[in-house]
Design a protein around this ligand. Sequence first.
Ligand SMILES: *[C@@H]1O[C@H](CO)[C@@H](O)[C@H](O)[C@H]1NC(C)=O
Ligand SMILES: *[C@@H]1O[C@H](CO)[C@@H](O)[C@H](O)[C@H]1NC(C)=O
Ligand SMILES: *[C@@H]1O[C@H](CO)[C@@H](O)[C@H](O)[C@H]1NC(C)=O
Ligand SMILES: *[C@@H]1O[C@H](CO)[C@@H](O)[C@H](O)[C@H]1NC(C)=O
Ligand SMILES: *[C@@H]1O[C@H](CO)[C@@H](O)[C@H](O)[C@H]1NC(C)=O
Ligand SMILES: *[C@@H]1O[C@H](CO)[C@@H](O)[C@H](O)[C@H]1NC(C)=O
Ligand SMILES: *[C@@H]1O[C@H](CO)[C@@H](O)[C@H](O)[C@H]1NC(C)=O
Ligand SMILES: *[C@@H]1O[C@H](CO)[C@@H](O)[C@H](O)[C@H]1NC(C)=O
Length: 532
Amino acid sequence: MKVKETLLVPVLCLFTLFTGMCPVKPDEIYIKSGEMVALHCDHESHNVTWSSYTTQGKTQSSSLSSSEQNRMGILIHRSSFIILNASVIHQGNYSCSLGNTIIKSFRLAVYSARFGEYKEGTEYPVTCYMHESCTLTCPGNYIPDGNIPNITSNGIIWQKGDGRRVSVEEHYSLSCVHDRDQGVYICTRSYLYQGQIYNMTSTRKLTVKPEEPEQSPVILFPRDKDVFYVDLGSPLEVNCTADQCSEFDSVYWLSVDENKNSRVFFYATEENTSGQKLRMTASLVFKKVLEEDLFKNFSCKLDSTTQKSSVVTITLARKARRSYVPLAVSIVVTVLTMALTVVIYIKYKISLTLFIRDTLGCHRSISDGKSYDGYLMCYKSDTDAGLNTSERKWLEDVLEDRFGYNLCLNDRDVLPGQAIAETVLDCVEQSRTVILVPTSPDPGLESGLLTAIHEALVERQTRLVLIRTEATEGVRSGSLGEVLHLLSNVGHCVTWKGKDSEPLSSSFWKQLRYYLPPAQHSQKIHLLPQTV
Ligand SMILES: *[C@@H]1O[C@H](CO)[C@@H](O)[C@H](O)[C@H]1NC(C)=O
Ligand SMILES: *[C@@H]1O[C@H](CO)[C@@H](O)[C@H](O)[C@H]1NC(C)=O
Ligand SMILES: *[C@@H]1O[C@H](CO)[C@@H](O)[C@H](O)[C@H]1NC(C)=O
Ligand SMILES: *[C@@H]1O[C@H](CO)[C@@H](O)[C@H](O)[C@H]1NC(C)=O
Ligand SMILES: *[C@@H]1O[C@H](CO)[C@@H](O)[C@H](O)[C@H]1NC(C)=O
Ligand SMILES: *[C@@H]1O[C@H](CO)[C@@H](O)[C@H](O)[C@H]1NC(C)=O
Ligand SMILES: *[C@@H]1O[C@H](CO)[C@@H](O)[C@H](O)[C@H]1NC(C)=O
Ligand SMILES: *[C@@H]1O[C@H](CO)[C@@H](O)[C@H](O)[C@H]1NC(C)=O
């Protein structure tokens, strides 16, 4: 069979060499027995000749009368050759020719099958996606032309493979495809000829695939319906970007000029991205945004041969005027809060510090090598307003017993027999603070000694608390006055108001404690006379 075939083709070609052309490859047609098929010559001429080569022998259409055609169950009209009721006897080769030239040839195979069955390869495959619409079209080749007399179309019926009727239209549309829709569909075209109905069936095989993966947006920026906020009168540039897939791709702004002299125009640029792609940009430029631009849509379009062409539309909107009221309010509130904090701090600084010291027991243990918290030193008050002996004693007791300060006292810790000046300076050195107390009975301290103390304080940076009486405050005369003035510059002044200052809650005590460092509770060391 195969050998015969391969031989026949060159033989045919040789034969047609004289006719001028090699016959075209025949159309292979499989037809179910009992059905109709129409062969078309695709030639306008009415003079074509049909030849058939079947098991019955060779037949030329020119030799067939209309009654003979009827007997054979065929109908020849102009360039169409119609087999009304196909059976095995019609199986064979058919060709139409004009003169000696073969225009078209067919190979017809007839097979028997029940409804819904079909020969593998004769079905028309269709693929649709889940949940999408889908349309099946009844194939229209090998059907009789509408102009053939006495043949009238009797309609179309679509049936599923199980025989269920689904449509009587040429196109069967499913609005939303499901898995269950998958399968074989048969469309039957019926024709009426001389009182007889002749059928033609075609089989479509529908495959339902999962939903098509969403195509990634092809215009990368901007997104559709994006709003750009602008200040009227200011310039604006909006870049529309897309990646190029083929050299014919392009992006541009619809209905926007490319002329750079226009107020609104666009220009296109391209740049290579790291991903080996060419990134296309169409930059929409407003030299100056006008109010009218706010009422327009601006659309950027990607034209592509390989990817889905797409359009994004953007609009402009006026920038909302920024309100400075909340900002101003918050600044004012912050400033007020800070001012209030500062006022409160200044006003209650002393109470606050003492409170924290007392409650948190904030006793820093500084290892500064000093033995005393304070050196209580008396100086001669100019007036009678100084502290008298009992007041001084009371001051010492409260500081030591009530507040736990470790004091260096001249008449207790400085043993007699030592050089006064040397001892005093030793005491200053051993103390964290020097407290100068004006006393009215002469304690025997001279202003010269105070000057030495001033130098020592400045040198060693020892704290100084200068207790003054209301009466001494104004006095600034004499050498003592000068020294006191110098000392008051170095240290802090606390005013003794006599009886008013005695309660522990008085401002005198608050201030005094505030200026003194917290009590250290270190061991008391007596300055012993040096044995030389
Ligand atoms: C058809 O063929 C006949 C002779 O075979 C010829 O006289 C006639 O002109 C042809 N008609 C056409 C339309 O070619
Ligand atoms: C077609 O031919 C078969 C026998 O070959 C016959 O049974 C059938 O009725 C015919 N159909 C029509 C429509 O003529
Ligand atoms: C039809 O042509 C093919 C070769 O093209 C050949 O093998 C076959 O025998 C032919 N059939 C008939 C019925 O002549
Ligand atoms: C069409 O049918 C009518 C009567 O049924 C007949 O007279 C006429 O010859 C037919 N025409 C053709 C082309 O077969
Ligand atoms: C033609 O098709 C219709 C519908 O499928 C069917 O009812 C009828 O029996 C068929 N006729 C023939 C001759 O096959
Ligand atoms: C728009 O793109 C151009 C060219 O790529 C670039 O020079 C410009 O800075 C971009 N403008 C904005 C607003 O991104
Ligand atoms: C991008 O790179 C290619 C080669 O890699 C080069 O031919 C082309 O000119 C480049 N295009 C741009 C706009 O830089
Ligand atoms: C802009 O587009 C929206 C919808 O996309 C449409 O409703 C509106 O009429 C358009 N405006 C103009 C001025 O074209």
